[in-house]
Design a protein around this ligand. Structure first.
Ligand SMILES: Cc1ncc(COP(=O)(O)O)c(C=O)c1O
Length: 397
C-alpha cells in the first residue's frame, strides 16, 4: 500500500477534524518517528505530551506484551494485579489517598467535575455545584470538560448549543478575579497549573498559593487538571509540587500511560467518599493492559529521574530558543515549552517548515509554537531542534 492509497482511504472514510502531517507513521523509537520511506523525524510533540519515556519505550512495550497474553479485559468486577499495583504506586508517589481510573484526559476531568459537584450537593445542599474555571483554559472535548473550558469563541465550543450549566470563568493568574467569582453556590476552583492550549502560561506561585488559601477560607475544593503537566513533564512529578500546594482532586492522563489510553483522578479521602457505590463507573477504565503499561511507564519516569532531566533540558532548551529571530517570549516549565513570535511570523508556517525539515512540533494560537518532547532527550537533540527551527524561520523570510 502506498502513502497515496492510505491518504485516499482516510479521506474517503474518515471524519476529518485533524490537520495531518503528510506522512505515514510506521515505526517510532525514543526521540524519532519513522515514515513510510524509513525517514526519521525528530519528535518534539510526543503524541501531544504522551510518550514521555520515549517512543516505544522497551519496558512499556514488554509490560503490554506480558499482560496482553494473561488477561486483556475484565471490567471492574474482579480484582486485577496491575490495577492494584498501579493504584498503590500512584497514590504513594504523589501523596494522595484514593484513585479512580478512566481512559483519557477529558474523562478524568468529567470524573473530577462530577466528584466535586456530588461532594458539594451532598454536604451543602442542592445548589452547591458551581465551579470557577479559568478563561483560555482547556479541559477536554466531552460536555462537562468542554463546558469547563474557558474558550467560548473557539471551535471547541462554537456550534454545539448551550454548554453544561454550573461553570463560571475568571482570569488566569488573577487572584482577585477568582475571589470576585465566588458565590454561595461555588463548590470548587479548577485550573491547569500551566495553561497549555491557552498559550503555555505557567501559574504564578502567588496565584496558585492564593487559590489554595481562598479554597481553605471559603471551604471550596481545589481541582487541578494535570492531564498535560502531570508525570514529570514540568520538572516535578506533578506540577503542583512546584507550588507547595496540594489539590483536593487532581486529574491525569497522557504521559501516565506511555501510549496506552488511560487517565485517572486522585482525591483526598473525604472528597473521594462522594463517589459512593454506583455513583460513577466505566467499562474500560482500569483496564489491566493499560494499567500494566502505566505502571511500567511510571517506573521508567521515576527510576530514570526524567523529571530531573525535564528540568535540566527545559532550561537548556529555553535558553537556546531565546536566540531565535523574531521571538517575543519563550515561556514554559520543564519540557512544556512555547515560543511566541512577533506578528510577522505565523506559528503554523513555522510548524510546516519544521515538518519539511524533519522536526515535529505543534502550533497554538496565531504566532506560537509548542514543544512537548519525550523527557529522555539530551542537549544534542535540543541543539538539533533549535537549528531546524532557526533554519525554518530563515526559509520563511
Ligand atoms: C490540560 C488538558 N486537559 C484535558 C485534555 C484532554 O485530554 P484527552 O485528549 O486525553 O481527552 C487535554 C488534552 O490536550 C489537556 O491538555
Amino acid at each position: 500500500m502506498t502513502k497515496e492509497d492510505i491518504k485516499e482511504m482516510v479521506s474517503c472514510y474518515m471524519i476529518d477534524t485533524y490537520e495531518r502531517f503528510d506522512f505515514v507513521a510506521e515505526t517510532a523509537k525514543d526521540m524519532y518517528i519513522y515514515d513510510e520511506n524509513g525517514d526519521a523525524y525528530l519528535d518534539f510533540y510526543a503524541g501531544i505530551a504522551v510518550n514521555s519515556a520515549g517512543n516505544c519505550n522497551e519496558a512499556v512495550v514488554a509490560a503490554v506484551r506480558d499482560q496482553v497474553g494473561d488477561i486483556m479485559h475484565t471490567f471492574n468486577y474482579p480484582y486485577t494485579i496491575p490495577q492494584a499495583l498501579l493504584a498503590k504506586k500512584i497514590c504513594t508517589t504523589i501523596g494522595m489517598d484514593k484513585i479512580f481510573f478512566q481512559n483519557s484526559g477529558t474523562e478524568a476531568n468529567e470524573a473530577m467535575i462530577k466528584m466535586a459537584r456530588k461532594y458539594g450537593t451532598e454536604n451543602y445542599g442542592p445548589d452547591k455545584y458551581e465551579i470557577i474555571t479559568a478563561k483560555a483554559s482547556f479541559h477536554g472535548r466531552t460536555f462537562g470538560a468542554m463546558s469547563a473550558t474557558g474558550q467560548p469563541a473557539t471551535a471547541c465550543q462554537i456550534g454545539f448549543g448551550s454548554m453544561t450549566p454550573g461553570f463560571v470563568y475568571a482570569e488566569f493568574n488573577n487572584l482577585d478575579s477568582f475571589k470576585d467569582a465566588v458565590t454561595e453556590n461555588t463548590i470548587a476552583i479548577l485550573v491547569e497549573p500551566i495553561q497549555g492550549e491557552g498559550g503555555v502560561h505557567p501559574a504564578t506561585k502567588e496565584f496558585m498559593q492564593g487559590l489554595r488559601a481562598l479554597c481553605d477560607e471559603k471551604k471550596l475544593l481545589l481541582l487541578l487538571d494535570e492531564v498535560q503537566t502531570g508525570w514529570c513533564r514540568t520538572g516535578e512529578v506533578m506540577a503542583y509540587m512546584h507550588y507547595d500546594v496540594k489539590p483536593d482532586i487532581v486529574s491525569m492522563a497522557k504521559a501516565m500511560g506511555g501510549g496506552m489510553p488511560i487517565g485517572a483522578i486522585c482525591a483526598n479521602r473525604e472528597v473521594a467518599g462522594a463517589f459512593s457505590m454506583g455513583a460513577h463507573g466505566t467499562t474500560y477504565g482500569g483496564n489491566p493492559v493499560c494499567c500494566a503499561a502505566a505502571l511500567a511507564q511510571i517506573e521508567e519516569l521515576l527510576d530514570r529521574d526524567l523529571a530531573g532531566n525535564a528540568k535540566k533540558m527545559g532550561e537548556y532548551f529555553m535558553n537556546l530558543l531565546k536566540q531565535l529571530p523574531n521571538v517575543k517570549e519563550v515561556r514554559g516549565m520543564g519540557l512544556l515549552v512555547g515560543v511566541e513570535f512577533d506578528d510577522s511570523i505565523s506559528g503554523v508556517d513555522v510548524k510546516h517548515k519544521c515538518y519539511d525539515n524533519k522536526l515535529l512540533l505543534t502550533a497554538i494560537g496565531r504566532h506560537m509554537i509548542r514543544m512537548v518532547p519525550p523527557l529522555i532527550l539530551s542537549e544534542k537533540e535540543c541543539d538539533e531542534a533549535f537549528h531546524i527551527i532557526q533554519k525554518s524561520i530563515q526559509e520563511l523570510k
